[in-house]
Write a protein that binds this ligand. Sequence first.
Ligand code: BMA
Length: 378
Amino acid sequence: MTMSIIKIFRSLLVAVSCILCSSILAQPTDGKATKETKALYKNLQLLLKKGTLFGHQDDLAYGVNWKYKPGRSDVKEVTGHYPGIYGWELGRLEIDAPANLDGVPFDKMRSYIIKGYNSGAVITISWHLNNPLTGKSAWDVSPANTVPAILPGGEKNELYNSWLDKVAVFFNSLKTKNGTYVPVIFRPFHELNGSWFWWGGKNCTAAELVQLWKYTVGYLRDTKNIHHLLYAFNTDRFLNETEYLQRYPGNEWVDIMGFDIYQKGDVLPNEKFIAEMDRSLTILTTIAKEKRKIPALTEVGYSMVPDSTWWTAVFLKSIEKHSIAYVLAWRNAGRKSKDEVEYYVPFKGQQSAADFFKFSSNKKIYFGKRTRQLDLYQ
Ligand code: BMA
């Protein structure tokens, strides 16, 4: 008798706390989001109170001095753990290339994505899509009218739709063996306050970008019926709230809000980086809270990490006071040409490796194993 009263009381308590909890938590903007996508969105909000996922772009595909070795990961080799979030990139999918602009074959990418999801980690995808007006790269900012040209009524609208159709096919192919769609944080038109991509800064007006954003989300969600995406809005470095929000498409179109920032020894040395991160993360987390969105550091890094204590003395110091769901370090491309080497997480023997290990053991930073325990998709 007493046992069953306790049981009833317990279930009541659980029910009440669930109601309370779901009334405080925001839902994805896509009302038809799949169960797993909704769970991810809920759990990333809960995670804000505990800590931050650590992520890496192209982590399973290659690292410094290696490519496509099953199970390998620079992050794992230094810390003992895989990342908690994996970044991938779709550039050139739109032109039917077999591999993306950084050489990652889309077939391999698909299996890495499914593997990452099965391991309990989060997936985020960016898209450096070519300029649809010129057929050149995402960095081709020569025409002033690319954005209006791809919107309805524009000469390249049909072409742009056909590109979105291909992206839709790829997203729909991200399915587990039992048919579950892998939830993806899609991050189109990133760094949109800078002028280096055809969709950014002075290459279009704020109104045009907003229209493009809504059109793209609407097309994927409502025309193509894709419901396993969360949409991440992200700027590059910014000065203030006004600049950050200048091209914000509105609360019904965005799930996650972030920015990209790279430390550079001479232009943005340690002290300045820490101060800017603090200022920018304060602005970001304040806006995100007001709008009931999830804040994240969508791209970050210090190329070749030329500072042996950067991870704990600079990076951790600049994020630990702030509640952000994840940080994504950019790719370990390794040697790109005779004069260029690019990587953002250390490999074994690199000068910041020991400090990265120390960073990875911080309780607030979540790598693979501890991310799995968060059960983000339940
Ligand atoms: C940049 C560099 C490039 C790469 C691009 C898209 O930051 O890493 O080498 O092609 O991102 O991934």
